[in-house]
Design a binder for this molecule. Structure first.
Ligand SMILES: *Cc1c(COP(=O)(O)O)cnc(C)c1O
Length: 475
């Protein structure tokens, strides 16, 4: 029997306090120790006899010190990594404490029903068809796998091929039409599903970074008997660009293709009055993948798959074993998810949605977009900054130019890397580089509910200092 002040309770409360301390400390965003230091701390000899739990937690905290990024704070603009809302974090702690196996209703009725409720809310917010089925998965990567497994079932069934039974040996070839800007998680999903990257038919996007409807139609018309998937983008990772769903999806449908949408962060535009126009027509797709751990600010890991055709989704995922107690009145997650035993992910998502409400979700989206726009504008006023892509949503691209009169593209690339490294090393802000249209550029991305105007001003000052330091540094 445990009591409120026994060793376990004290240790858990102290762990919670350490967590709160980490969240409240507005220190360096970057890691301040290197891999060797971390190895020296973590690689202790595995003891024959275990240690006291509180010693273990002490050890973990001191070993990790300086090796954690403050990516859930307000000054992180690299990749697309969200923060954590207070209720979602608390729900995630409780999820660990409750330790439910969210495979089946029978294993945890509350975990099953909270997913039903949160899944319905997500469809409403993202303006997806209410009949769509869903799965709470680890992230967009596994959402792609789930959705494309449903696509594989549907397309091959139309050709009289039962893929769940016969596999892909001897199956008709499936072609996947996509942009050469697609996220690499698409390629891996295709690999895992047995399509292989050779199944990709890649199209070059137009100047808006979106697929040209005529080019998609041409690719669809080639070998009309071949089953096809069209993969569209809601929010490109560099530019935040959206494919023109209202034009491309009707074409794909005419050719009997399955349309899947990668909307890891961009699908959330549908929840904002200001940005919803970007997603016009997206509800006509067959499947959608998005994330909770990005713009919804739910802790990792949290992604969502949605499929318009329940039958295909269930056929691809459902599994039965003699010891499984299927439930007639409730949703068994195992019928829709790629995992067996799994974390009860619904609680954190449910909490985030309830904390924000519809208006709060929209304000989070609009807020990130405003911070990115403000940051790009303020950087542009600094010397030798070129804006390559003005944000349509929450993604911008800038480049730092080498001011020497005969500087080459390579010099500008180096200057861009140099400025980013200086700002990251300062601990004041965190950014990453990308290659876009053949040039090195700095990506500016934000999906954090934490970022304030003050954070943006602080980050701009870090760039001002880095630019000055570059001028003073020997060439
Ligand atoms: C982040 C991201 C992914 C991958 O999602 P995970 O949640 O990391 O698995 C896929 N596509 C886009 C556009 C992304 O931004």
């Amino acid at each position: 029997m445990h009591t409120p002040d026994d060793a376990r309770s004290r240790m858990l409360r102290s762990a919670a306090e350490r967590a709160v301390h980490f969240l409240n400390d507005d220190g360096a965003v970057n890691a301040t120790v290197d891999a060797e230091t971390l190895r020296n701390r973590f690689y202790v000899t595995l003891p024959a006899q275990g240690r006291q739990p509180e010693d273990v937690v002490d050890h973990l905290c001191s070993a990790a010190e300086g090796g954690l990024l403050r990516s859930n704070g307000g000054r992180f603009f690299a990749w697309v990594i969200g923060g954590t809302l207070p209720s979602a974090l608390a729900a995630d702690w409780l999820t660990a404490a409750w330790d439910q196996n969210a495979a089946l209703y029978a294993c945890s009725p509350a975990a099953a029903i909270v997913e039903e409720a949160a899944g319905a809310w997500l469809k409403e917010l993202l303006a997806l068809p209410q009949h769509a089925t869903f799965a709470f998965v680890t992230g967009c990567q596994m959402a792609h796998v789930t959705c494309l497994a449903a696509a594989r079932h549907a397309l091959l069934a139309k050709h009289g091929w039962d893929v769940e039974r016969n596999g892909l040996f001897g199956a008709p070839r499936v072609r996947v039409i996509s942009s050469d800007r697609r996220h690499a998680s698409i390629d891996r999903a295709l690999r895992m599903l047995g399509f292989g990257s050779e199944s990709l038919v890649l199209l070059e996007p137009d100047v808006d970074e979106t697929l040209e409807p005529g080019a998609v139609e041409e690719a669809l018309a080639f070998e009309p008997q071949t089953p096809k998937i069209v993969l569209l983008q809601a929010g490109d990772i560099n530019t935040g660009a959206f494919d023109r769903f209202d034009r491309v999806i009707p074409i794909a449908k005419r050719y009997g293709a399955w349309v899947h949408v990668d909307g890891a962060f961009g699908l959330w535009a549908a929840a904002s009055e200001r940005y919803a126009h970007l997603t016009r027509g997206v509800d006509g797709a067959d499947s959608w993948a998005t994330d909770g751990h990005k713009w919804l600010n739910v802790p990792f890991d949290s992604g969502y798959a949605f499929v318009a055709d329940a039958e295909s989704h269930r056929a691809a995922m459902s599994i039965r074993a003699p010891y499984i107690t299927a439930h007639a009145q409730a949703r068994d997650q195992i019928d829709w998810n790629p995992e067996w035993s799994r974390r009860a992910r619904g609680f954190a998502t449910y909490a985030a949605l309830l904390e924000l409400g519809r208006d709060g979700v929209a304000a989070t989206i609009d807020g990130s977009c405003a911070q990115v726009a403000g940051l790009v504008e303020q950087l542009e006023r600094l010397p030798n900054v070129e804006v390559l892509w003005r944000p349509l949503l929450n993604q911008g691209l800038v480049r730092f130019l080498d001011p020497r009169p005969n500087a080459s593209d390579g010099d500008h690339d180096n200057r861009t890397e140099d400025v980013i490294a200086r700002v990251v090393d300062s601990g004041e802000g965190f950014f990453g580089a990308t290659t876009w249209r053949g040039k090195r550029a700095m990506r500016i991305s934000n999906v954090s509910a934490q970022t304030t105007d003050g954070d943006v001003r602080r980050v701009v000052e870090a760039f001002r200092a880095a630019l000055t330091a570059c001028e003073l540094a020997p060439a």
